[in-house]
Structures are given as C-alpha cells and as structure tokens.
Design a protein around this ligand. Structure first.
Ligand code: FAD
Ligand code: FAD
Ligand code: FAD
Length: 326
C-alpha cells in the first residue's frame, strides 16, 4: 500500500518484519523479495537519490543501455507495491534499537512536516550515497551535464569516455590520482581542482610526465549544449576543451540515521557486512553503495536478494511450522 500523511496512521501499530531505508536499486530489490516471502515490509524513500540521476544504465545485462534510473525506480516501486510491500515518501531521521524492535523516525513532508515512528524487527540500510558536484552559482549549469557527459563513476562510464578529451575534477590530491586510472580509457586528461586543493610538486611532476595539464583556477561554467559538454570555462578566462569529464570529489553517505546504533562496524563511512549483507548488528542489513564494495546497480540488486533471503530464513526458523489442519 502506498502510504502518505493521509493514511500512514493505519500502520503506526504495525510491527513490520523489515523497514527498508531507501527505495533505490538495492532497496526495491529487497522489497520485492521480502514481499514475495510473505513478509511485511515498508520502503521509505526520500526522493532525489543517486540512481534517479543515472541517465543511462549502461552495463546491466538484459536492459537496454539507455535505460534511465528513473524508469527502474518507477517500475520497481510499482512492482514491490503489487507484491504487497508498503511504500512511503519520507526522510528517515533516526533509527533506535529497542531490543526486539527498531523505532524508525521519519520526516514526512518538506513543509508542515510530521514525524511518525514506525516499528520493525529488521532494518535494511539501502540509503546509498550521493556524489559531491562542483558548486557553482548556477547549479543548473552543472546539472545540465552531470550524469550525461560529465560522469561520476569510472566503472559505469569509463567506456563512454574512450579516447575523448576529458576533464577530471578533483578536490583533493588523492582524487587527482584517479587520472592514472582514467588513462586506461583515455589519455587526453586535463585535471581541474576548482581551486579546492593545493597540489604538491610530486603530483605536479607526475601529471607533467604523463602530459596531463593541471588547472587550479575555479570553474566559471560548463560549455556545450543538449547535455553534450564541449569545454569548461575557468574564472581566469581559460577555456579547457573537453567533450567529457569525470567528477572525483567524494560523496555524501546517507548514514546519519544509524549513527546512534551501537556496535555497528564501519569502514570509513561504509558499513561492513558479511556475505549475506548482514552488518555487525544481527538485525541490521546494508546494501549497495552504503556497504563496503563495488558501487554498481548489479551489486545493489543482488545485495537486496541476499538480505531479504537471510531475514526470511531467520524469521521462518523462529516461526512454528504450518501444519495441514482442517
Ligand atoms: P540508490 O539507488 O542511490 O538508492 C538509495 C536511496 O535511498 C535513494 O533513492 C535515496 O533517495 C534514498 N535515501 C537516502 N537517504 C535516505 C533517508 N534518510 N531516508 C529515506 N530515503 C533515503 N551503476 C551501474 O551499475 N551502471 C551505470 O551505468 C551507472 N551509472 C551511473 C550514473 C550516474 C550519473 C550515477 C550518479 C550513478 C551511476 N551508477 C551506475 C551507480 C548506481 O546508481 C548505484 O551504484 C546504485 O544506484 C546503488 O544502489 P543503492 O540501492 O545502494 O543506492
Ligand atoms: P536531500 O539531502 O535529499 O534532503 C535535504 C533535507 O530535506 C533532508 O535532510 C530532509 O530533512 C529533507 N527531506 C528530503 N526529502 C524529504 C522528504 N521526502 N520528506 C521530508 N523531508 C525531506 N539535483 C537537482 O535538483 N537537479 C538535478 O538535475 C540534479 N542532477 C544531479 C546529477 C548527478 C550526477 C548527481 C550526483 C546529483 C544531481 N542532483 C541534482 C542532486 C543534487 O546534487 C542533490 O543531491 C539533490 O538535489 C538533493 O536534494 P535535496 O535538496 O532534497 O536534499
Ligand atoms: P545459467 O543462466 O544457467 O547459465 C549457465 C549457462 O552455461 C547455460 O546457458 C548453459 O547452457 C551453459 N553451459 C553449461 N555447461 C556448459 C559447457 N560445458 N559449455 C558451454 N556452455 C555450458 N531465478 C530468479 O532469480 N528468479 C526466478 O524467478 C527464477 N525462476 C526460474 C525458473 C526456472 C524454470 C528455472 C529453471 C530457473 C529459475 N531461476 C530463477 C534460476 C535462474 O535461472 C538461475 O539462478 C540463473 O540462471 C543462474 O545464472 P547462471 O549464470 O549461474 O546460470
């Protein structure tokens, strides 16, 4: 059932088997499996997630390489609802471990918000990450290219940059190192720091040895049309020619709501899990980009399968057998 501020009170007494935080690629896969195991689950999705900005899913077997993330989200949401999952548009603020259950506090509505609390036996953290983008006065100028020809994921889109003139936008010296991986796909790399870091002589020398120019002035605007990049104009008036780019500026991890849970094992901002996507907490699972591992749709989808199946096993094993009784 689709929940909203109008009808969500009907579920405030429910103890869900699992609450899935984030209805993206991994979360929707988990919901489809949970629902088909006959488990009660609620997906809570804030909107504007990472997979929504994915304009083409290029490397998923069986799907047309121009399939946008938006279509998969719509389809997966509808499918999970059809199998019996609940779905709520809202932002998970906090998860509290009450022992047998979790209390999941949600902000519903950006204006005149209400803050319902839902309960579940298990929590699946499927809230992912979001890439930092260069901040310009006119963000629309960034959005016109980000996700189209200005990429954020080399594994996803390196192929699409093959032998093109590319900018690498890096905000730390460490991120500049991506140039020496990106050169697998193209050697025509200009490195832009957007004025965000200083670059050591050692790195400058390495870039020079590879023939990769370095520009340290901030970006004024991206040039091009119809999402097709043609270059980048810097604030000092320089124009760097490029038909593609990679943003390597780190990410925001959507994990705030878990920070009050004791005993969770982290690797940086990623959750550490076992091979069924269970975290170090027996009733919290983590999927996809938020867990340690490869940030790919195929992985997130498989993770959803594993987590839902393990939760079903746990609940089934603790339940009395169903006998054929008249
Ligand atoms: P997501 O799909 O991002 O889902 C997490 C969801 O959680 C989001 O919808 C978000 O809104 C929601 N959320 C976050 N915090 C909260 C909260 N507190 N409360 C409620 N909801 C919350 N991968 C590929 O395999 N192939 C590609 O070609 C490819 N191209 C990409 C292109 C771009 C431009 C981008 C940005 C990514 C691309 N990716 C690609 C990566 C892919 O999008 C991710 O690896 C995948 O979406 C991860 O799935 P997930 O379920 O972990 O996260
Ligand atoms: P969020 O971090 O999602 O939310 C901010 C706060 O709002 C939250 O802390 C919460 O308190 C509240 N909130 C959020 N959702 C809800 C809810 N459902 N109910 C109640 N409260 C809520 N963004 C664009 O706008 N346009 C683009 O074209 C665009 N293109 C992008 C392309 C790429 C490749 C990438 C990586 C990102 C892109 N973004 C784009 C995303 C952009 O960078 C921001 O991450 C996104 O817009 C953040 O949305 P938000 O302001 O809702 O922030
Ligand atoms: P496969 O997809 O079986 O691929 C292995 C391939 O290797 C085969 O095409 C085979 O011909 C080939 N091969 C084997 N030996 C050799 C050799 N020596 N030389 C050359 N080629 C060889 N899974 C789901 O997730 N959801 C479902 O709803 C679902 N329903 C199913 C319904 C049915 C009727 C069946 C049979 C399976 C179903 N499955 C379902 C399971 C799913 O098909 C498998 O889990 C999945 O295909 C496994 O992928 P795979 O690549 O390991 O093997």
């Amino acid at each position: 059932m689709k929940l909203s501020s109008k009808n969500l009170h009907e579920r405030l007494e429910t103890v869900y088997d699992a609450i899935v935080v984030g209805g993206g690629m991994g979360g929707l896969s988990a919901a489809i499996y949970l629902a088909r195991y006959g488990l009660k689950c609620l997906v809570i999705e804030k909107g504007k997630g990472r997979s929504l900005w994915m304009q083409d899913l290029r490397n998923y077997v069986g799907l047309d390489p121009h399939t946008p993330g938006r279509d998969i989200l719509n389809h997966g949401t509808k499918t999970s609802l059809d199998w019996g999952a609940d779905h709520l548009r809202g932002y998970v603020e906090e998860v509290t471990d009450e022992g047998e259950t979790f209390a999941v506090k949600v902000k519903v509505g950006k204006q005149n918000s209400i803050y319902p609390v839902f309960r579940s036996k298990y929590v699946i953290a499927a809230s992912g990450i979001i890439d930092n983008l260069p901040q310009l006065e006119d963000m629309q100028n960034v959005y016109d290219y980000a996700g189209y020809t200005l990429h954020v994921c080399m594994i996803c889109d390196g192929y699409d940059m093959w032998d093109q003139k590319a900018v690498l936008i890096a905000n730390t010296e460490g991120q500049i190192g991506a140039a020496f991986v990106l050169n697998w796909f193209t050697p025509y790399i200009s490195v832009l720091t957007h004025g965000l870091c200083t670059v050591s002589d050692k790195t400058k020398q390495k870039l020079a040895e590879h023939g990769y120019p370095l520009y340290e002035a901030p970006i004024a605007k991206f040039l091009g049309e119809n999402h097709q990049l043609s270059g980048v104009e810097l604030t000092d008036g320089t124009i760097v020619e490029a038909t593609t780019g990679l943003v390597g500026m780190g990410s925001v991890y959507h994990n705030q709501y878990l920070k009050g849970i004791e005993g969770l094992e982290w690797d940086g901002q990623n959750l550490v899990t076992n091979d069924m996507c269970k975290t170090s907490h027996d009733r919290i699972f983590a999927l996809g980009d938020l867990k340690k591992g490869l940030n790919q749709v195929s992985i997130a989808v498989a993770d959803g399968t594993l987590a839902a199946t393990q939760i079903w096993r746990n609940i089934r094993r603790a339940s009395p057998p169903r006998k054929w009784e008249e």
